[in-house]
Write a protein that binds this ligand. Structure first.
Ligand SMILES: Cc1ncc(COP(=O)(O)O)c(C=O)c1O
Length: 499
């Protein structure tokens, strides 16, 4: 079933000298010319309005058994290839959104197909293990390979989970457990600790908190949701934890023309963050055990923080014994032209923990051994999915072999230059082009203009997304090339002209 018609890369990238962080790259020029997968269409193919009649029918059917208000169109995954998503009505759209930023190699990548076709792997697809109790024999080798190739320096342990929300959720628990262990100062647990915690009471259930940021997004499960502040729709009617919420910088663009204003933003936010930590530690008496932050606030509207801001934030955390958790769920695995977005910040050391999901195919977090807990304290039935670990291993091989992080950086620079030009051409409609690698965005003058633009582009064959109040976000795969950028920019220009 999977062996026929594997798409092939039209132009293979020389393999020598490539590394995951691009440091050894000697192949950047060739990488930037990579065209995509062999049987991708040359350009979008649009036959109907989107959603088309078949999608509409399916949306109406599924609406009878679940909430279908979020469905854009039904997808034909067999016909989707590389950077192009095919829908139920025979349309093929250039996908610069990639399943909410989660597909690193596009659709039906030949090397991932090979993992599925390999009979040696079939037992893992047939038998889904409970990884914490009966892991497959190869687990140590696979996870060690992942740690060796992508873990931030010093974070030499990994906890796998199913998704980004539960990655954060469990990383928060790891922070609290570490914090309280330190606070106990080696004292034995008392019977009171054990009895009371079961009833949600102290001292075993301590009043600690995680500081998060206005506009941040860390997931929709209850603990993660308490640190999510991007949109009311995520939070409405759900009780939450009263944890500290601090301001995150809001810059003016282009950055190089607004350095003074932006530096002031950094300083004001940092000052307020420290005041809030102090207040929670000493007045509210809900000590800030951890700080959770995205390198770029993604769902909240693509808000960036400077290297200076993040360096100072790390310092503040250390000063107040608040552990720093960087959430790379959306920004991770090469999306910003570096392996992890926080590498752009030149932090003197790695964060205490770093969560991942989306492009990594499994959720989880990297940590150092000081966060290792007793058995069953961080645990659930599946603890992720070893089939996805196989896909991740192959994805990492392909990223390295094809020098895709370097490609992302070069294509991203090209994309951003084009977006800046369009902002100059259509100043009443769009502004504030920004980004790292292909992780780019710009703002619509209003939410309506942004939303209309997305709709127009969809019907011109571009699958794209929104973030925050007015941002248009771009989250292509790592095999997105200059060629694809040209097609997108051409359609964007035409769509803007039509307003
Ligand atoms: C930064 C960030 N953290 C956490 C999450 C939650 O991940 P998931 O949707 O896999 O639970 C997301 C999802 O968009 C995210 O962007």
């Amino acid at each position: 079933m999977f062996s026929k018609n594997f798409p092939k890369l039209t132009q293979l990238i020389p393999r020598q000298g490539a590394s995951l962080n691009g440091k050894l790259s000697t192949t950047s020029a060739q990488a930037a010319q990579l065209k995509g997968l062999e049987n991708e269409p040359n350009e979008p193919i649009i036959k109907t309005n989107i959603p088309g009649p078949k999608s509409k029918e399916l949306i109406s059917e599924i609406g009878n058994i679940q909430q279908a208000g979020t469905v854009v169109f039904f997808t034909d995954y067999e016909k989707s290839t590389g950077n192009y998503i095919a829908d139920a009505d025979g349309n093929h759209l250039l996908d610069i959104y990639m399943q909410i930023a989660s597909l690193p190699l596009g659709y039906n990548h030949p090397d991932i197909q090979k993992v599925i076709a390999n009979p040696k792997n079939h037992n893992i697809f047939v038998n889904r293990p409970a990884l914490g109790t009966n892991p497959p024999m190869y687990l140590f080798e696979k996870l060690s390979n992942i740690i060796n190739s992508v873990a931030p320096k010093g974070l030499n342990m990994i906890q796998t989970m199913a998704c980004g929300s539960c990655a954060n959720e469990n990383a928060y628990k790891a922070i609290f457990i570490r914090y309280n262990t330190l606070m106990r100062g080696g004292k034995e647990l008392t019977q009171e600790d054990l009895n009371e915690c079961v009833m949600n009471k102290g001292p075993g259930c301590p009043d600690l908190s995680i500081l998060s940021f206005k506009g941040g997004f860390h997931g929709r499960t209850l603990g993660a949701l308490a640190t999510t502040h991007s949109k009311a729709i995520h939070k409405l009617d759900v009780p939450t934890l009263d944890w500290p919420i601090a301001p995150f910088p809001r810059y003016k663009y282009p950055l190089e023309e607004n350095t003074e204003y932006n530096k002031k933003q950094d300083e004001e936010c940092l000052k307020e963050i420290e005041q809030i930590i102090d207040h929670f530690n000493t007045v509210v008496k809900k000590p800030v055990a951890g700080i959770v932050v995205e390198p770029i606030q993604s769902e909240g509207g693509d808000h960036h923080g400077s290297p200076y801001f993040f360096q100072q934030l790390q310092k503040l955390g250390k000063k107040h014994n608040s552990m720093l958790l960087i959430d790379e769920v959306q920004t991770g695995l090469g999306a910003t032209g570096k392996l992890w977005a926080h590498e752009h910040f030149n932090l003197p050391e790695s964060p205490d923990l770093m969560t991942f999901a989306k492009k990594m195919q499994i959720g989880g977090y990297f940590y150092s051994d000081k966060f290792k807990t007793q058995p069953y304290r961080i645990f659930n039935t599946w603890l992720g999915d070893p089939a996805r670990i196989l896909f991740l291993e192959e994805t990492l091989n392909v990223i390295k072999r094809d020098n895709l992080i370097q490609l992302n950086k070069e294509v991203g620079d090209y994309l951003l230059a084009n977006l800046r030009n369009l902002c100059k051409t259509y100043p009443g409609l769009i502004a504030n082009a920004r980004g790292l690698g292909t992780f780019c965005a710009f703002d619509g003058a209003t939410a309506k203009i942004r939303d209309d633009l997305i709709l127009k582009l969809k019907n011109m064959g571009i699958q794209c997304g929104a973030s925050g109040d007015v941002a248009f976000r771009i989250r292509p795969s790592l095999i997105f090339t200059k060629n694809h950028t040209d097609i997108f920019v051409d359609r964007l220009d035409k769509a803007l002209k039509s307003f």
